[in-house]
Design a protein around this ligand. Sequence first.
Ligand code: PEP
Ligand code: MN
Length: 629
Amino acid sequence: MILVLKKGISQEETEQLKDQLRTENYMIKEIQGVEETILGVVGTIRKDSRHFETLPGVAKVIPISKPYKLVSRELHPGPSIIRVGDVSIGGDRLVVIAGPCAVEDRKRTLEIAHVVRQCGAVLFRGGAFKPRTSPYSFQGLGEEGLRILAEVREETGMGVVTEMTSPSQADLMVKYVDIVQIGARNMQNFELLKCVGRIGKPVLLKRGLAGTIEEWLMSAEYILSEGNGQVILCERGIRTFERYTRNTLDLTAIPVIKKLTHLPIIIDPSHATGLREKVSPMARAAIAAGADGVIVEVHTEPDKALSDGPQSLYPEQFKQLMRDLYVIAPVVGKQLDFAYLDKAKIMKRPAVAGALQAHVVYPGVPGSFSHKACLQFFGSEPPHQNRPSFREVFETVQSGAASLGILPVENSLTGSIHENYDLLLEYDLKIVGEITLRIQHNLISHPNGSVDAIKRVYSHPQVFQQCREFLENHPDWDLVACKDTATAVRRVKENNDSSEVAIASKEAAELFHMSILQEGIETNPRNFTRFVVVSRDQFLEGPKDKSSLIYSVSDTPGSLYETLKVFAERRINLVKLESRPIHSKPWEYLFYADIEADIEDLKYRDLLTELKKKTEFLKVLGSYSKGES
Ligand code: PEP
Ligand code: MN
């Protein structure tokens, strides 16, 4: 059951209460909310709920209706984020785990690891103890396999996931592994579950071949009840009457799990389908359905694989899948990035002799879309700070007080944010990355608000434009312009007037503890904003496949055409071309161009030389990894 504690209860009183409950043999899980503290009380409840109501410091008693308690959303309404080194599972950044079914030998394993790491996988999989249907099939390399996995982590920085098939392997797991996998065949091996509950490493708990969702969650409860809350659920297909595929992937499990538990869920499309060509479509569907990631089998020579070759992707297929997921992710409000681990390394660098106030700065206030872009690009760990204007973001990065800045440059419906284009010209910063965010607008009210009560709506003027159709249905509402959407929510919160609402992101509503009256009220759902990451001297690793340039040409016929020819002749795709007035020279223009190539690569040296000749002014803003949309 859940005990909601009285507001203002002291730490000492809370500890006393917990001690008393422990003496009654209950397990306690304390959750500190912004406004209240709750205690999850788990164990055999022998007493009537009135007993708990009379305990000092308890405001309310809420029974947990489900048989699983610690894994239940009732106990823990927000999502659990499981951290594995620099990787967070269950947040806004999708996690892709890849590798062979089994660790076969050192050379092959390292070869596959480098390939998947380069494509953007952040964790590596590979079985060393293989539960095979036949005793005559390859059983895995045992400890030697674990040593190879540890070497993979050393060489690539990827955490490693491997299956544990017996409690006798616990010490080995502690020594070598980052995530312990409980295989489908062991989902209800309760001694094994209790054992991984005690070893304190994150656990990837696969759903059993014939396990119901409730049984699966009860298995997770075993692990949590031993004190280990780091459980990642993995749907890998269940047995049905259908024999075309190896198993039947239950994608419904994703929204069901999301509702019932706070634990993250990832999908294994490899074991679910058993067929290579079916893996990518199911992985794409999983992400679209809201999974926190996927675990995929990849092999450099699947035909020679010692196990599960027919369902292992070729590296090229995996690369394409990653590109597809990259595109799908923003649609469901998530990100997948190719430089996740490299960015984490930059973020962990200690601040330089106190000169660095923050690693990353973003414009606006917490809860704004720029803040969201910042969290999605860099994760929630590094020190972030906000600045009141775009210019101050440039200033902070230029002065060295922050190493990176993130700024919106373009919206898919309303076009370029010219102020930032002008600032990119003025300051000497490089674009080192980009990210595209889907912009969804929500009508946000005080808790228990109603549409009928609305008189005034606060938001940014561009947002009113983007929600035009919705607002046209309510012509009597007053529209009040604010600096940004998060400020709009804050004003509504502070005014405390139930006739006022704001239009902003879901995150802004959560931040200010406000309610969403209506979701997705933007006229066109294909509403994306592109942000660029700027820096003075940082470079982010990963494939650089896009560059941004600014240039001007002479006032003669064909001069712009001549510059475009430079790209066309090399079959380089031009993805954006825009002109901006040169402030000091009326009726003269600068061209802003984005091209799909790493223009700073040595192989394009002659291109740059030619372009310099054909332009009067040329500035390369940077080369970076494309954030597709
Ligand atoms: C595996 O991941 O290699 C594996 C054996 O999976 P499952 O337990 O889902 O069959
Ligand atoms: Mn396998």
